[in-house]
Design a protein around this ligand. Structure first.
Ligand SMILES: Nc1nc2c(ncn2[C@@H]2O[C@H](COP(=O)(O)OP(=O)(O)O)[C@@H](O)[C@H]2O)c(=O)[nH]1
Ligand SMILES: *[C@@H]1O[C@H](CO)[C@@H](O)[C@H](O)[C@H]1NC(C)=O
Ligand SMILES: [Mg+2]
Length: 399
């Protein structure tokens, strides 16, 4: 035992001496100029940045070894990013755009539509246009899409907000949050700027993307006949939607022709549709087909819900509204789970299960943060409904 310890001391001492010699022998102070990514053992001091910038460096030749193209070639889909935001969200959305561009869009350059109930200011436009690689467009939401419909009883709505404030229900006392949820449920896809596109990818402020996306998810959706997609799913706060399911049942009784034969009822209900289990796709991320939302079926659905007043007499979120529509009116094969889009929106993370997978896609999320298999996630139901095999190691991520 004592012998091996002695040998270890000698090795450590020799290593330290070698390190000191190496540091002393490298000419000049050690600088870490960010642009090169050489292994730590090769000396960066040979790079003269003043010459490099001048453009005609002696002995410099283009790399003809076939580096991959900087931008992905091939067709683009008729698609856009869409963000609803206020002027004061500018730095939060700036972070989101940076991440989406770094991980995906710098290679694809899709457009970006920004919508607001107010006029966007110059700073917002300047910052977001500078960060986005595609065309940026800014739209003001028409008043009718962001206000109380005539049939809403204002006193009744105000009383509900007071009650919800007392009960400390999240956003329960907010008028603007209700307008936002109603707008995202029934109007954003009908904004004039959105009519130019078939596909959209919704992005909110302060989200994160954790893995490279090296292919085009819009094209994937089109090629595989998908209409709606998600990355996180969970249970809705029941206090915000007490009568939503009954209102949906009235709708399907009135319009049975809109219910898909091979639907995802098993994701939404544990007793064949009698009760809602509150599972929904988290709609702050969505890649979906806007023409589906513009279909008569979806518009009839939205109008039916809107007439009931639940956006104001309760606090219906666009997540359960979209999810129930997708779950009942789409074929279950038309809904896609994007396992490869690692994502964060406070407070939940989708970090793909499996180390090899995360390495291959250059992910930087913390595996323990993955919400997929936790008790409050609905992803298992989606897997079971669609006979999908859960990834290896998922059991270890359940707690
Ligand atoms: N223009 C505008 N956007 C809003 C308003 N309220 C929320 N949003 C946007 O609507 C989305 C959802 O709002 P957020 O505060 O993130 O809600 P949460 O994700 O449910 O906590 C985000 O993209 C916000 O920027 C509003 O009053 N005006
Ligand atoms: C894109 O899709 C929208 C909605 O379907 C359509 O109106 C528009 O003409 C399409 N644009 C192109 C270039 O195909
Ligand atoms: Mg949000």
């Amino acid at each position: 035992m004592a012998g091996t310890r002695y040998v270890r001391y000698v090795i450590v001492a020799v290593f330290c001496l070698a390190l000191v010699w190496y540091i002393n022998s490298s000419a000049g102070p050690t600088t870490f100029s960010g642009s090169t990514s050489q292994p730590a053992t090769s000396k960066p001091n040979a790079v003269d940045t003043t010459k490099q910038a001048s453009g005609s460096v002696q002995g410099t030749t283009p790399n003809s070894n076939g580096l991959p193209p900087a931008v992905v070639n091939g067709p683009r889909m008729n698609a856009t990013f869409v963000t609803l935001a206020r002027n004061q969200d500018v730095w939060e959305i700036a972070r989101s755009i940076r991440q989406v561009e770094d991980r995906f869009n710098r290679k694809f350059n899709y457009d970006w539509v920004f919508l607001n109930d107010d006029e966007f200011n110059d700073e917002f436009k300047k910052v977001t246009t500078a960060l986005a690689s595609g065309k940026t467009k800014y739209g003001k939401i028409p008043k009718e899409h962001w206000s109380f419909p005539d049939h809403i009883d204002q006193d009744k709505a105000a009383k509900v907000r007071d009650e919800m404030r007392e009960k400390k229900i999240i956003y329960g006392d907010s008028v603007s949050y209700r307008h936002m949820c109603r707008f995202e449920s029934g109007f954003f896809f009908r904004h004039p700027l959105m009519l130019d596109y078939e596909w959209y990818w919704r992005v909110e402020p302060s989200i994160e993307l954790y893995c490279d996306i090296d292919y085009d998810p819009f094209k994937f959706m089109a090629d595989n006949k998908k209409k709606y997609s998600f990355v996180l799913s969970l249970y809705e706060y029941v206090e915000t939607i007490p009568t939503l399911w009954n209102t949906v049942k009235d709708f399907t009784a009135k319009f049975p022709q809109y219910v898909a034969k091979d639907n995802s009822m098993k994701f939404l209900s544990d007793n064949g549709g009698v009760d809602y289990n509150h599972c929904h796709f988290w709609s702050n991320f969505e890649i979906a087909n806007a023409n589906w939302l513009r279909s008569q079926a979806y518009l009839d659905y939205f109008n039916h819900l809107d007439q009931s007043g639940g956006f104001f007499y309760e606090r219906w979120g666009d997540a359960p509204v979209h999810s129930i529509a997708a779950g009942l009116m789409l074929d279950k094969s038309e809904i896609h789970f994007f396992n490869d889009i690692a994502y964060y929106h406070v407070p939940f993370t989708h970090c793909p299960t499996g180390e090899q997978y995360r390495m291959d896609h250059k992910c930087h999320c913390k595996p323990e943060d993955n919400f997929d298999w936790k008790g409050y996630s609905c992803l298992s139901r989606f897997y079971e409904l669609n006979d999908m095999k859960k990834p290896e190691g998922y059991e270890k991520e359940q707690n």
